[in-house]
Design a protein around this ligand. Structure first.
Ligand SMILES: Nc1ncnc2c1ncn2[C@@H]1O[C@H](COP(=O)(O)OP(=O)(O)OP(=O)(O)O)[C@@H](O)[C@H]1O
Ligand SMILES: [Mg+2]
Length: 314
């Protein structure tokens, strides 16, 4: 199964300031802020939703096609993804902008000052799927994950025009969509991914009831954190799949992306959806146990072997 994953490619630059921001902010002088904090720790983490999902798919033995825009600084990240089995030949490299970057400094009170630079990501709208499908000999599924909003709409429209199966995964970008856009990203999707919060937000934004959303899509997969996953279809009773519990929660960032990678790997093996969701939950827990979104190390055969088809019905 050839899966193209469209969406953001980014790095997180996380710094720790061993003091309190509040001590530097002087009341009455906030109209001319010029502050510099001496951080004593910097961690650079590879991320971006599409890169995270593609990394997970590659780690499970697939060769996903990453579709997104990055900057000239992408070389090292590209090598990392290729080593994980990701096809990066369809990543567009911007001539003038750097790869999207999240820069965040945290103080000893856990207050944060952060900036997200979208950079090259805005050029994702220039990408078209048809030549990519041609290069790889056809696409069986296109994942439309958070990205430059215009790119998300364009990729979705192109899937409909070309008759390509697609998975709508608007996640954190939902918040900035209007009604027409929210509907446009979901209509005709084979798969829809949300977490519980996004499920409610999608209904509010689209003005569609749960039933009406289900009528628009093949299958709606909603992740519920430690409570696992619900798989719903308009023609059958929803099925609940439990999460894989762990006592070692290190970092919840990127668990949703890991779930998607495991779930899609299961589908690529023609497994029934509940079993695919078990693999998704297993990979999500691996991500939960490690700091960073692409730091887990798994043996694909071992993780796949551990996945049985235990199902608890809702
Ligand atoms: N505390 C937990 N224990 C076990 N599994 C968890 C836990 N939290 C999340 N998971 C797993 O990760 C999956 C996705 O989690 P969740 O619903 O929190 O996604 P999310 O809110 O989209 O996360 P994010 O966007 O931060 O990656 C869950 O379905 C579950 O399998
Ligand atoms: Mg999420």
């Amino acid at each position: 199964m050839r899966i193209a994953v469209t969406g953001s490619i980014a790095t997180d630059h996380l710094m720790a300031y061993p003091g309190r921001f509040a001590d530097q902010l002087i009341e009455g002088r906030l109209d001319k802020v010029s502050l510099s904090f001496l951080a004593d720790d910097l961690e650079v983490r590879r991320g971006g939703v599409a890169a995270n999902i593609a990394f997970g798919l590659g780690s499970l033995g697939l060769r996903p096609i990453l579709v997104g825009a990055a900057g000239i600084d992408f070389a090292e990240y590209r090598a990392w993804l290729e080593a994980a089995g990701v096809d990066t030949d369809s990543v567009r490299i911007s001539e003038s902008r750097h790869t999207a970057r999240f820069v965040c400094t945290t103080d000893t009170d856990q207050n944060q000052i952060a900036t997200f630079y979208a950079g090259a990501m805005s050029e994702a709208r220039e990408l078209t799927l048809a030549p990519i499908a041609e290069r790889v000999g056809g696409l069986d599924l296109v994942v439309i994950a958070p990205n430059d909003p215009e790119a998300m709409v364009r990729h979705t429209d192109e899937c409909r025009t070309l008759g390509l199966s697609f998975a709508a995964d608007p996640s954190q970008q939902l918040a900035r969509l209007d009604r027409a856009e929210a509907r446009r990203l979901v209509e005709g999707a084979d798969l829809l991914f949300t977490n519980e919060y996004e499920a409610a937000l999608l209904q509010q934004l689209s003005g569609w009831t749960e039933r009406q959303v289900l009528d628009q899509v093949g299958t709606w997969v909603t992740t519920r954190g430690a409570d696992g996953v619900v798989i719903a279809r308009s023609d059958s009773t929803p099925v609940t799949v439990p999460a894989v519990p762990t006592d070692h929660v290190a970092d919840p960032t990127g668990v949703g992306d890991a779930f998607r990678a495991g779930f899609l790997t299961g589908l690529s093996r023609s497994w029934p959806m509940p079993r695919a969701a078990r693999l998704g939950c297993a990979l999500a827990t691996e991500a939960l146990k490690t700091i960073g979104t692409q730091e887990y190390r798994i043996t694909a055969a071992e993780l796949i072997g551990r996945t049985d088809d235990t199902v608890v019905s809702a």
